[in-house]
Design a protein around this ligand. Structure first.
Ligand code: FE
Length: 211
């Protein structure tokens, strides 16, 4: 086991409650981070420690302890990372300007900013777990909205999220009840576009394929 395995930290909420109160109540702010997200980080660490000890000689696709751990490795790992990306997406004022590189790219790839937003919200209404605006690096470098139906199922290999919304019921039921559309309206108005712009600029320096 390398030194970093089993030692992922529970990262502090990067935004204060006041900045996200339009999309969650104070109890959800605490529960979602302290119990839910931390649970994924802690189990990710536990799985990594168990993986260092499990018998790989008994690996089997019908059932084996190794297979079970490999499945829960990505369930918990994605559960942790997607929540960190979600916290990183929210806490803004939903405002953006046409001069932002990411807004120009959205307009180019979706036809208009409104077309992107309509597709993002529709995808978030159709998803069971997560939706992310991604750079589809391995295909063609275009931006696309992808659904991760559960943490470790969905998405596309090589497509890196720029921003993420959590649409599992625990994210919004305590404030909005079953009205997911109201949550999504509030979410869109709470996006930190400066943060999305920074992530886009960081990620687009990665692949030579990016225009
Ligand atoms: Fe969540």
């Amino acid at each position: 086991m390398s030194n970093s395995e089993g030692k992922h930290p529970v990262k502090a909420m990067p935004v204060g409650y006041e900045k996200v109160k339009s999309i969650m109540d104070e109890e959800t702010y605490k529960w979602h981070h302290d119990t839910h997200y931390a649970g994924y980080v802690n189990k990710r660490n536990e799985v990594e420690v168990e993986l260092s000890k499990v018998d790989r000689g008994k690996a089997n696709a019908n059932y084996s302890a190794f297979r079970a751990l490999k499945l829960e490795e990505t369930w918990n790992g994605d559960g942790a990372v997607l929540h960190e990306l979600y916290w990183g997406t929210i806490g803004g004022d939903g405002k953006y300007d046409q001069g932002m590189d990411v807004v120009k790219k959205i307009t180019d790839d979706f036809g208009s900013f409104q077309a992107w937003k309509d597709d993002f919200v529709a995808t978030a209404k159709a998803a069971r777990g997560w939706v992310a605006l991604c750079i589809d690096i391995y295909s063609d470098g275009k931006l696309r909205n992808f659904m991760f139906d559960v943490h470790n199922q969905g998405g596309l290999v090589g497509a890196l999220p720029l921003m993420v919304v959590d649409v599992f019921e625990h994210a919004y039921y305590h404030k909005f009840g079953p009205d997911r559309a109201a949550y999504l309206n509030a979410f869109v108005e709470n996006i930190d576009w400066k943060g999305v712009e920074k992530k886009y600029k960081d990620l687009k320096t990665l692949p030579a394929i990016m225009p």
